[in-house]
Design a protein around this ligand. Sequence first.
Ligand code: GDP
Ligand code: MN
Ligand code: MN
Length: 252
Amino acid sequence: MRINAFTVEDIPLITKDHNIAKIICSLAQLDENDIVVVASTIVSKVEGRIIDPEQITPTLEAIRISKQTDNDPKFVQAVLDECTEVLLESPIFLVRHTSGNICINAGVDESNVENGLLLLPTDPDESAKKLKDDIFMLTKKHVSVIITDTNGRAFREGQTGIALGVAGINTHHDWRGSSDLFGTILEVANEAVVDEIAGFANCMMGEGNWGTPVVVIRGFELLSDGDGMNAMYRPPETDIISNALQNYKWRP
Ligand code: GDP
Ligand code: MN
Ligand code: MN
């Protein structure tokens, strides 16, 4: 297998009303079956997902949590407004974003945005689908799209890219039912390919000021109708770790 991957250079500072598909297609020659990986930061920017913290009135709940985490109550309120469930209030504020992704601070970010707080896209699968369709309109090429964010992980130090929204690609490569080298049938292997691709693309994007929020992966042809990110999130019945957190209290 030989795969080609490149960053799309010279992308401007993105603001609301930019057209990301147009920008990508004018700066890179896309091919049929390419996987276009885009940092959620720029998707949020075009979707105008920036709020002014001064406009937020924190609730008593936000004030209570902010005292535990030493956070600004307005910031805590912004996170509460973006999540459907709080898994841990402190020492890390671990929540389920409305899209289903469990992450710190609901992905609300103060970095790589000039003013205000940057929120994740409301419906990342929908954003990915729109980008895929826009790219098709402009180029007549069918591509897969993965929208990423940088997330921390349980158990391991350091962050990696994860898939937050997908279109035209299956979230998993399900190996279950196929055999190993010795004929034993695989019973567990269900590889989260979109996270693996997001992880690699994210290290090409960089964090901070590299200015490369778009990566194209060529030669790994995974184009399909796609199943959507809901296939990635464990249902409550089988999510052992988040169940364990329900009864957990941090004792410093
Ligand atoms: P996240 O992982 O989705 O939270 O995105 P990051 O904030 O880590 O940014 C990923 C990459 O995109 C980094 O190389 C940033 O410098 C770059 N980036 C973020 N916003 C912009 C932008 O508006 N324009 C350009 N050209 N690059 C950006
Ligand atoms: Mn982010
Ligand atoms: Mn990042």
